[in-house]
Design a protein around this ligand. Structure first.
Ligand code: T1G
Length: 692
């Protein structure tokens, strides 16, 4: 703290995001007390060093024993301070950071500051006075909007709402110090609480906002949103201190829920995924020019993502007709972005000057990175890589978007396997967050670092995977589907299974997803692997039979469901049930009653067991990477945290024993991975393998 002419400036400095951890709270409380006690201090300015004003409480402290002073106490101390406290915000004023500002007397923000209460995305609510102070300041409707969406708002909008007093010209700290000095000199008056609108005066509008929010929420799967609304209602009905106590109770109730633990896990898993020892000291290669081989659904999506991220992009297609179609897909994707207001017409035009196409590989001689997105066939891909090897400059990175094939074998088709890596995008590639970075045996570390740097620039969540059939995501997905296919033969219907998994939190069930993706893709894979299949392993041929009947999914108008012309949602089809019944009869299987709970338990057990095998084979670096892949690429409900997090929540002993039970029916698939025993023996969980 430094004091000049009666203005004490307290600077918060706790990199990287000034999270309000216990040590910082203690120091803040001390600085406040000192400033209060110092007679020479007339106004206190609170600012932050580094890239941002506090972006919230320290998420890593949740679930730990609480340490004094609590953040609500610090906020109350600021609010009760007899000397005006002016906060100067910049960067991301989020969560507890914004609550600290709400307790202050005057709020200034740099242009470009984002302000929000994202606690709901962590399964909790603003627990340091936010649910009480924010609605009083900006009204219940706007406050509920901010807290139930968790989305930040720009400083300009915050000013409109009355959340802040000014968007400063230049640095907010300097503006705050000037305002404080002017106030002391009597040249400026600080806005006082009395002057601010108290929205509680309009109780009917407040209660209307609460009612609308409840109606809008409907039946919430997540415990936090309804509790936020309760707190805002309490802010009207209860005296301030009782409102704070009500909020505190609700916060403590939520912070220990499995949903909150899962959402915290997901937040930290995203930050952890980019941490790999080999990357720490490795400089990525410079990428400015990207070549994309293939203009189909994946190729055009990848080209779109790269163009939107500012790269120069060259699309390669086999002939002019295919090239025109590919470029048109990219153009359509960008026109959609304009239509959604994500891109201005002027920027759309400028951007297109960075997009080009050709039908000859030689056009990629100067490319820094080439991403191959051709037909999913090893022969086709190795031929492309062999040709690229003779064309692109030394030092260029060669990437394949294969979703299953052996990247080592593709790399071996070149004289520079160290420059080859897998970049497994998910469809639509310009939208889906996940990018599996598939590191082959000879991929050099700076190529891996380049892939992670590319992902950050594309706004993707990158997860490192080793080479195996299906890498992380498709391998876990295959296990999930194998378990549900067994249930089809044993007595369940695809419709019952889809309802059970949607009821569990997935946006779609496994058979709805199969119909959307096309049954022929996984059929081709099963056919490719048939010669290597362990004859003792149970094999369900229902999918094969449907394919032979031409039931390839939505694109064929029928798969597991029947689709009216152009429809994306299908209807149940008795013909499919007949096919399944015939398979049972052929195998002499007497169908049995299967419950929703059993379907969900087997799905989870299969995914977690495959996850354990993936960890044993070091295909994934840690369990949270597997969770992240399933959350960001396969629709696994974020508030359940992923299969490995769920396995920890259910309990390894219980789930391992469940696997043992299932293994009595079918040993090869259900045999628990050895990792379960090892962890159980040492009293450990999968989470213990997520070293930060
Ligand atoms: N606590 C602890 N660490 C945090 C953190 C936080 N709140 N926010 C970020 N980090 C770490 C992160 O793990 C990473 O670490 C580094 O900072 C950079 O983050 C009482 C209870 C601010 C928009 O939900 O949204 O307040 O990997 O890679 O892309 O009501 O971080 O370098 O070791 O994400 O520039 C509410 C969470 C908390 C905001 C910056 N606040 N953070 O994004 O960097 S709950 C939030 C973010 C709360 C109160 C309640 C983003 C960001 P490492 P990064 P970024």
């Amino acid at each position: 703290m430094s004091t000049t002419d009666g203005v004490a400036t307290v600077v918060i400095d706790n990199p990287p995001v000034n999270a309000l951890g216990a040590d910082l709270r203690r120091d803040l409380m001390t600085a406040l007390r000192d400033a209060e006690a110092d007679a020479s201090v007339q106004v206190i300015v609170l600012a932050a060093a580094g890239r941002t004003w506090p972006a919230g409480a320290d998420i890593r402290e949740f679930g730990q024993p609480p340490r004094d002073p609590w953040l609500p106490e610090v906020c109350s101390a600021v609010a009760a301070c007899p000397k005006p406290v002016i906060v100067a915000m910049h960067g991301n004023a989020l969560g507890g950071g914004l609550e600290l500002a709400l307790a202050a007397h005057v709020r200034l923000a740099d242009p470009g500051t984002r302000l929000g209460l994202p606690e709901v995305t962590l399964g909790i609510l603003p627990g340091a006075g936010g649910t009480q102070r924010l609605p009083r300041l900006i009204g219940a409707r706007a406050a509920l909007g901010m807290m139930t969406s968790g989305l930040p708002i720009p400083a300009e909008r915050a000013l409109e709402l009355g959340l802040i007093d000014a968007v400063t010209e230049g640095e907010a700290r300097l503006a705050a110090q000037r305002l404080a000095a002017a106030h002391i000199a009597g040249e400026a008056s600080l806005p006082s609480a009395a002057e601010r609108p108290d929205h509680r005066m309009d109780a009917s509008d407040w209660l209307a906002a609460v009612t609308e929010a409840r109606k809008g929420l409907g039946v919430s799967r997540l415990p936090a949103p309804p509790r936020i609304i309760d707190c805002v209602e309490a802010a009207l009905l209860l005296p301030e201190e009782e409102g704070f106590a009500y909020e505190r109770t609700a916060f403590e109730e939520l912070v220990s829920t499995p949903e909150a633990a899962a959402l915290r896990h997901a937040f930290l898993a995203e930050r952890r995924a980019a941490r790999h020892p080999e990357l720490a000291a490795t400089k990525p290669r410079e990428i400015a020019e990207i070549g994309v081989i293939g203009g189909g659904l994946m190729g055009s999506g990848i080209a779109t993502a790269c163009l939107a991220a500012g790269y120069r992009v060259t699309m390669i297609e086999r002939d002019d007709q295919a090239l025109t179609a590919g470029l048109a897909r990219v153009a359509t994707n960008r026109d959609r972005a304009v239509a959604k207001g994500q891109l201005s017409v002027a920027d759309r035009e400028t951007e297109w000057s960075r997009m080009s196409g050709a039908t000859a590989m030689s056009a990629l001689a100067g490319a820094d990175l080439v991403i191959e997105a051709a037909f999913e066939d090893e022969g086709v891909k190795t031929a492309i890589f062999a040709e690229l090897d003779g064309v692109v400059k030394p030092g260029a990175v060669l990437a394949t978007n294969t979703s299953y094939l052996d990247v080592n074998r593709i790399a071996a088709a070149t004289s520079r396997p160290g420059d080859v890596i897998g970049l497994h995008f998910f469809s639509p590639a310009q939208v889906m967050k996940l990018l599996e970075v598939v590191v082959a045996e000879r991929t050099s570390p700076d190529v891996t670092a380049t892939a992670f740097a590319l992902a950050k620039r594309l706004g993707k969540v990158a997860v490192r995977a080793g080479v195996c059939d299906g890498f992380i995501g498709n391998r876990v997905l295959t296990a999930y589907r194998t378990a549900t296919d067994f249930l089809l033969e044993d007595g369940a219907s695809p419709y019952q299974i889809d309802r059970a998994m949607v009821g569990w939190g997935f946006p779609l069930g496994p058979y709805q997803v199969l119909d959307m993706a096309g049954l022929d893709i996984s059929w081709a894979r099963r056919t490719r692997l048939a010669e290597h299949r362990d004859p003792s392993e149970r094999y369900v041929a229902i999918g094969d039979r449907l394919c032979k009947l031409g039931r390839l999914g939505q694109k064929a108008g029928r798969g597991y469901y029947l689709y009216a012309e152009g429809a994306r949602t299908g209807t149940e089809d008795p013909e499919v049930l007949e096919v399944i019944a015939a398979e049972r009869t052929a195998k002499g299987i007497e169908p049995r009653r299967i419950t929703e709970a059993e379907i969900q338990r087997r799905a989870l057990a299969a995914m977690a067991n495959e996850g354990a095998r993936i960890l044993e084979e070091k295909i994934a670096a840690r369990p949270s990477d597997i969770d992240l892949v399933m959350l960001t690429g396969y629709g696994f409900p974020r508030w359940r945290g992923g299969p490995m997090q769920m396995a920890d929540q259910v309990g390894l002993l219980e789930l391992r024993d469940t696997l043992r039970d299932y293994a009595r029916e079918e040993e090869t698939f259900w045999r628990p991975a050895a990792l379960w025993d090892e962890l159980i023996k040492n009293g450990r969980k999968f989470a213990d393998l997520n070293a930060d």
